[in-house]
Design a protein around this ligand. Structure first.
Ligand code: CP
Length: 308
């Protein structure tokens, strides 16, 4: 039903496939509102969640999506595996596949690791975030949340604010939103914006107030200290003052802007608590739509049975 067998990233991913995933996700979203949130679509399928890096939302969301679709799920955590005894990534993957599985959902700190996995195993591979490269399922749930809020993506003005350089969420959102016809502007300190971005069809600004004036919605990103070798901006205090989504900054904007955040949030750094918990934010809608989006992706890639 989708053009590609795996979901490794949104670079070059067809618009028709994104539309199919998002419309299927809205169908599954209705199931999540039912008293019994479970359908037999993936009964008999076995999915392994292979996480080599920490996660709260993505991991739980995939596991819930698999359970809601009646698939059998197994969770693998690198920190408690035989990787700690020196077993290689390839041996780990091939041993797991030997146990007859249908799909692997993988998060890994190295860009390209899910693509490498497709060379070692026959099972379907879904990228749950690979280093600073891509996080395609996050971008799909973000696009679903925008579609839910505005009713359209074509021509929508979406800002992405923060640490763009280290953000797989930013890159997947840029690829997906541009494909869907949205306008994208990125904003952050010059040291946290890579030079090639304008080639992808996005505008670059260093003015957070200007971004908020322009955008219908702004996706606020975390400063990824763990991926920075050296400090790339003077201080958290200065970052917050120039780029933080503060109550004071939002009060200067003459119109309503929808605020998004993929999580995890650093409250008081890139976003104020009052904003994150306020009416303009759709952050928890994004989380719920993450389950519906991942149900749709698993259903479409694993050839699930239609649901009523
Ligand atoms: N948004 C996101 O990927 O969050 P986790 O790291 O908690 O999965």
């Amino acid at each position: 039903m989708l053009t590609h067998r795996h979901l490794l990233g949104l670079e070059g991913y067809p618009r028709e496939d994104l539309e199919t995933i998002i419309s299927t996700a809205f169908n599954f979203r209705e199931i999540l509102d039912r008293p019994i949130k479970k359908v037999p679509s993936l009964q008999g399928k076995t999915i392994v969640n292979l996480f080599f890096e920490n996660s709260t939302r993505t991991r739980i969301s995939f596991e819930l999506a698999q359970k809601r679709l009646s698939a059998d799920t197994v969770n693998f955590s690198a920190s408690t595996s035989s990787l700690k005894k020196g077993e290689s990534f390839k041996d780990t993957a091939q041993n797991i596949e030997a146990m007859k599985i249908d799909a692997v959902v993988m998060r890994h700190p190295d860009p390209g690791a899910p693509g490498l996995l497709t060379r070692y195993i026959d099972a379907i591979v879904i990228n749950a975030g690979d280093g600073t490269h891509e996080h395609p399922t996050q971008a799909i749930l973000d696009m679903m949340s925008l579609k839910e809020k505005f009713g359209y993506l074509e021509g929508l003005k979406v800002g992405i604010l923060g640490d763009i350089s280290h953000s797989r969420v930013a890159l997947s959102n840029i690829y997906g939103l541009i494909t869907m016809g949205a306008e994208v502007q990125v904003c952050g300190p010059p040291t946290l914006i890579p030079p090639f971005l304008e080639e992808l069809g996005v505008q670059v600004t260093y003015d957070a107030d200007g971004l908020l004036d322009w955008a219908d919605a702004v996706n606020v990103l975390r400063i990824q200290m763990e991926r920075m070798g050296v400090g790339l901006f003077p201080s958290i205090r200065e970052y917050r003052s120039r780029f933080g989504i503060t109550v004071e900054r939002l009060s200067r904007i003459k119109k309503e802007v929808v605020i998004m955040h993929p999580g995890p949030m650093n409250r008081g750094t890139e976003i104020d608590s009052v904003v994150a918990d306020g009416d303009q934010a759709i952050i928890l809608d994004q989380v719920l739509n993450g389950v519906a989006s991942r149900m749709a992706i698993l259903f479409l890639l694993l050839g699930g049975q239609p649901v009523n």
